[in-house]
Design a protein around this ligand. Structure first.
Ligand code: AMP
Length: 195
């Protein structure tokens, strides 16, 4: 049985990046979600790739839920056209609510915020806090250095092969969504050999 993807949470840059391809890719991903009738959950921002992905879903008539901490709304970075913007007290609550609302997670290019969100959500998967698939769209090989870092961690004995394999990385967004749908949850307990 395939994993039901009603909503996918997208983590991505609040900036555009230098290459036009990145903004284009964010819009492409939003359009793909809408075409597949998969709702978007994201950080609620209107800038950069975040704005591009949300705009694309809205343009196609898809569902968008933004989850933003009070402090960021006040700084006027919230997306103005969202019908469903959930304002939460803190960054921690934002991440927890985004995780609850979503059936899977995808990171597009970004920086500290994106890395923080992706690494936290894959850590939660590794610990069995949730059982939802986590993927990277490796658009224009953007994530190659991060994938190399994960390989390095495994090579140096900090990451188990089974846990590294939990990171679903694909060059093609359709294939990535398919892998999220194919997800079956079998996570080795990280702490088993520590007990
Ligand atoms: P970054 O990759 O550092 O640009 O951070 C992007 C990620 O962090 C997004 O997925 C958001 O959830 C969060 N974030 C960072 N900046 C903002 C912002 N200005 N508005 C909303 N969310 C943001």
């Amino acid at each position: 049985m395939s994993h039901r993807l009603s909503r996918v949470c997208v983590f991505c840059g609040s900036s555009n990046g230098f290459r036009p391809r990145f903004r284009e890719a964010a819009a492409e991903f939003g359009a793909l979600l809408a075409a597949e009738r998969i709702g978007l959950v994201y950080g609620g921002g209107g800038t950069g790739l975040m704005g591009a992905v949300a705009d694309a879903v809205l343009q196609q008539g898809g569902e968008v839920i933004g989850v933003i901490p009070e402090a960021l709304v006040a700084r006027e970075v919230a997306h103005r056209a969202l019908q469903d913007l959930r304002v939460v007290p803190s960054m921690h609550e934002r991440k927890a609510l985004m995780a609850d609302l979503s059936d899977g997670f995808v990171a597009l290019p970004g920086a500290f915020g994106t890395l923080d969100e992706f690494c936290e959500i894959i850590t939660w998967a590794q610990l069995g806090i949730h059982n939802k698939p986590c993927g990277l769209w490796n658009v224009d090989q953007f994530w190659d250095p991060l994938l190399a870092m994960f390989a390095h961690s495994e090579h140096e004995g900090f990451l188990k092969p089974a846990h590294r394999q939990m990171v679903l990385a694909e060059d093609d967004p359709r294939r990535l969504l398919q892998r999220l749908k194919n997800h079956t949850a079998t996570v080795e307990d990280k702490w088993r050999d520590l007990r």
